[in-house]
Structures are given as C-alpha cells and as structure tokens.
Design a protein around this ligand. Structure first.
Ligand code: BEZ
Length: 396
C-alpha cells in the first residue's frame, strides 16, 4: 500500500474544505499561520550556536513583517541537546504532535538525520541551518530537504588545498568521533591530496568529551608539519587553549575548519592568535548586506554575528523564497523547491545559489585569528560545491 503522509492528509483536508467553501487552496493556505518547528541545541556544548541561529532566523522573519509568502509565521522551539539518542522522538514530536508545516534544524550532524528522515517520510520541508552531514545532500538528498550552511567536506577541503599549495607534505587531523569530525577529515584529506600532500594520522575522542591530553601527548611524535582540527562551541574553546598550553603551538601550527575559532575567540583569548582556518564567512567581509546584518544582529542580541547567525538568517531567506513561489503553501514541495533553487540568496557571506542537491555553492575564505577577529586573509577555494555524490534528484 502506498505510504500516505501526514502532509497528504492535511493537504487533502485543506483542499476539500477550501473547495466546499468555494475557496482556492492558496487562499486557505494563506489564512492560517505557518508553524515552523525550530529544533536546535539550546543547552550543552553547542548551545551558543543554536541561540545565534534562532535569533538570526527571528531577525530575518521580523524584517519580513513576521510573514513568509503572505502567511504569518509562528515558531515552536525545541531543545535537542545535541543528543542523537533523543532526536527521532524530538523530530516526530514536532511533526506529529505539534503539526508543524516546516522543520528548521539543527546543529549536530548525528541529530540532523532524524530531521531528514521525518522530512522525507512526511514530505515536510526541512531547512538545515548548520549540520554539515554530507548524506543530507548526497545519498539522502530529496526535494523537501535544503541546507543554508555547508557540507562538512567543504571548509576542511579548502584548508587542505591551502596547505598543499604551500608545500606542506604531511598533516594530522584531530576531532570528535562522529559524522562532522569524520567528514571534515575526509575533506581535509581530499584537499591535501589535490595538491600532492598526505593526511597521515587521524586522532579522535568521543563527542562531546574535552579531555584532550592523551591526544596532545601523541601529536609531537607523529612527524607531521601541521595539525588540522574540527571542534566547535565549548569543545573548540578548550582544545585551542589546551593546544597552546601544551607548548605544541610553536612547533606544529594548528589549523582547521573555521568552526575551530568561530564565535569563540573571546574565551580562547591569546591562545587562538595565529590560527588559520577556512570557512565560508569571516570578519571584515566588506559587502552592504553583511554590514547591515551585523548591525541588526548586534542591536537585537547585543552579540557579534558569526557564521551560525548567518546560517539562521539565510535559512529565513531561503524559506521566504520558497514560500513566495508557492504563495505560502508549504505542502507544494516541488514548487517550493523550484522557488528556492531559482533564488540567489543575498547572504552576508556574499550571494550564493544552491547546487542541484540543495547545498550552497560558496567561496571558502582563508582566515587568521588575531586579537579577537577571524580576519579574511585570502581565498581558499572560490565557488566550491560539495561533490554531491549519490544524489539521484533530477539535475543532481
Ligand atoms: C555538525 O555536527 O555538523 C557541526 C557542528 C558544529 C559546527 C559545525 C558542524
């Protein structure tokens, strides 16, 4: 028997009610508020990331008069705690109990898989405002699933390319043992290889542990010229401080995906100075959208914007583009997808379009942390698309 999704049932009911009242379906869709289920970490090591994503999404919504596609938007907030074990129940709660029309989430690459599954099963549009799990836009790509951020592969690939172009021959990768760390390591390896260099060692610890001493004790003896790392949030603060305190910093330069120093420079202090990273955002990107965005975000939150805030803001812009195309009908997933794919997103990172597998095609900047800023000092790779391997959608 064909699987009948909640989406199909709701759409059918709305259509029947609309026709009985002599109304076209778009008019019905516009009358009711649109519920966005915002599943993000508001506690734990990624809490600050979730807060910035949520605040910037709300900012973009407020700039749109509280409406997308003509429909007033209400938000349902859910703290996923970056806990993969709770993720299926949390995602189902949003779709089945709270009856959200759109899913927005999340930060953690393990947790996001439950949202991808819920979006595919129930045909509910999902915008991923951070988690870089490559499967979401490779083998599990699907019409209602979009990403406003990056794939884990992209920033680390950029860093690997830069190192190889400088003549580095051997590097190590240090990270948490979960999808984001592993897939970033794959990108780093591929970037190094593209320039004839080699990833010789990968050292891991379980997420979200921060006892880095056993790993730091090994690094000096590996015979590598550079150490690359993926950590973010609270873990990144600790790793960068511990790396400096171990005395390794002056012997083996530390670099990584930009998350290593993003949004955490204040608590990292002088320990972060000189760390180079690659990311699709950086301080001092000089474009009018970025200037306006940073000022508005600061006014709203009293915090400086970072890449996580940019992801949240652009998730709002993408959703607005899709719902404008469908006149507010979130059940019209094909038309919504066409609307998002046709749009050029005017992002604070610079304008971007999505690939056929629904992941941003974007420039990876080379940045250097110095005195509290991740200053853009060059281009790592221009207009970089995730390879999108395994995606079977038309055109992908
Ligand atoms: C991830 O799990 O995909 C992720 C978490 C924090 C920063 C970047 C990526």
């Amino acid at each position: 028997m064909r699987h009948v999704s909640r989406r199909t049932v709701l759409a059918g009911a709305a259509l029947t009610a609309g026709l009985a009242n002599g109304l076209a379906r778009p008019a019905i869709a516009q009358a009711a508020p649109l519920k966005v289920g915002m599943m993000l970490p508001f506690s734990g090591t990624y809490a600050a990331l979730g807060e910035n994503i949520a605040a910037a999404f709300e900012l973009m919504l407020a700039e749109s008069g509280g409406k997308f596609g003509g429909r007033p938007v209400t938000l349902v907030r859910l703290d996923d705690e970056s806990d993969p074990a709770k993720a299926p129940a949390n995602a189902n709660r949003l779709v089945e109990r709270d009856n959200v029309d759109v899913l927005l989430g999340t930060v953690h690459s393990g947790v996001v898989m439950a949202l991808v599954q819920a979006a595919r099963e129930h045909e509910v549009p999902l915008i991923i405002p951070n988690a870089g799990n490559v499967a979401a836009t490779r083998e599990l790509c699907s019409p209602p699933v979009f990403r406003s951020s990056f794939s884990n592969w992209q920033p680390a690939y950029g860093m690997g390319r830069v190192l190889a172009a400088r003549g580095v021959k051997k590097a190590a990768w240090v990270t948490w043992d979960y999808a984001a760390g592993k897939e970033s390591g794959d990108g780093f390896r591929d970037g190094l290889r593209a320039g004839g260099a080699e990833l010789t060692h990968t050292l891991t610890l379980p997420f979200p542990e921060t006892n880095f001493q056993p790993i730091l004790a090994q690094l000096g003896g590996l015979g590598v010229e550079v150490v690359g790392a993926f950590f973010a949030g609270g873990g990144a603060i600790q790793f960068v401080k511990d790396y400096a305190a171990s005395g390794l910093r002056d012997k083996i330069p530390l670099c990584g995906s930009g998350f290593l120093t993003e949004g955490v420079l204040k608590p990292q202090g002088a320990a972060a100075n000189g760390i180079q990273t690659a990311l699709h955002y950086g301080d001092g990107l000089d474009n009018p959208k970025n200037t306006a965005f940073r000022a508005a975000f600061k006014t709203k939150t009293s915090r400086d914007a970072d890449v996580y805030a940019v992801h949240g803001y652009d998730a709002g812009q993408m959703l607005a583009a899709g719902l404008t195309a469908t006149k507010g009908d979130a059940t019209a997933t094909q038309a919504l997808a066409a609307g998002i794919l046709a749009a050029t997103i005017d992002s604070p990172r610079g304008p971007f379009k999505l690939s056929a597998s629904h992941n941003p095609i974007q420039t990876m900047w080379l940045r250097e942390a110095r005195d509290g800023q991740n200053k853009v000092i060059g281009t790592a790779v221009e207009a970089l698309a995730d390879p999108g391997t395994g995606c079977k959608m038309a055109g992908a």
